[in-house]
Design a binder for this molecule. Sequence first.
Ligand SMILES: Nc1ncnc2c1ncn2[C@@H]1O[C@H](COP(=O)(O)OP(=O)(O)OP(=O)(O)O)[C@@H](O)[C@H]1O
Ligand SMILES: [Mg+2]
Length: 348
Amino acid sequence: MAGFDSTEPSHVEESEPLRSDANIAGPTADPVPGPRTEPADAPGGAVDIAHSAPAAADAPVGRAAQQTVAAMYRAGGGLPRPERTRIMIVANQKGGVGKTTTTVNLAASLALHGARVLVIDLDPQGNASTALGIDHHAEVPSIYDVLIDSRPLSEVVQPVRDIEGLFCAPATIDLAGAEIELVSVVARESRLQRAISAYEQPLDYIFVDCPPSLGLLTVNAMVAGAEVVIPIQCEYYALEGLGQLLRNVELVRGHLNPELHVSTILLTMYDGRTRLASQVAEEVRGHFGKEVLRTNIPRSVRISEAPSYGQTVLTYDPGSSGSLSYLEAAREIALRGPIPRQHEGIHQ
Ligand SMILES: Nc1ncnc2c1ncn2[C@@H]1O[C@H](COP(=O)(O)OP(=O)(O)OP(=O)(O)O)[C@@H](O)[C@H]1O
Ligand SMILES: [Mg+2]
């Protein structure tokens, strides 16, 4: 652990230490790895990643990130692996709320915990591919080929540098035309679902990063998976438009995928210094049920810097508050498992 502790940059950029409701110590509060206070419902308490993770990646950044995970959870067993692949649809038609950031950082967190995770970039902007350092210029085989030309998913999936067990199906600019092209394709709503079903590699999680719209691409994602993850930015109008998203989930559930439900709501860009952020958080928690993760993601410069280096915050700055909060959110998701539909607290 010594390398991680002594070489980390200082974290003066972070706007604040993690809030107490994030359930983890701030990154600078305890530079020496040791036992941490665990959430009340964490079975077995802390986790020793060394027993559950694959060998640390060769690259120094991968090793540092792996060591951070190990430092956070020193005692006890590893995180539970899901019995079957959990397919998480990260959606919110509102732009810029943290869908992509949440997708790549939750996926990286779970992979660093030892899970095998695939990120499917379903946004023509290709931001998830960029953030994972995956080449996605126009000639690269991509999710467009899978959706439109029935190319096997296995032919477009690429491993993510620095994080063992993490893979990405990139999006290229071609995908911008797919919303229109899909209209005339057979079984247009279930192209992604078919591709995933035919993918034979074992996976614990698939995260699908949706575009900021509720068109055919997002519908494809909702037909392919069971769990919708909604990032909500802690700002004014945070809940605006959510009704439409929830109605779409309802529609897809009614007509195309009876398993679909909102399993996870994550508050992003939380700035505890502002009263607005805590008001929004309170409102979201009051409005929705236990689907809201207890961990909030703080507003963090490190989180926003990481994509320009083709990295997640987990490898860019493993000890930062952004990295630790995503690790904690991922841990919550893994520990509680998929929430059965009948237990949903959401009024849709
Ligand atoms: N916790 C955070 N702290 C600071 N900046 C953040 C945080 N989360 C996201 N950002 C930044 O906010 C911007 C929007 O985030 P992101 O791209 O993840 O949103 P999105 O919902 O995927 O957007 P789009 O709808 O365009 O796909 C990005 O510049 C990102 O780096
Ligand atoms: Mg995005």
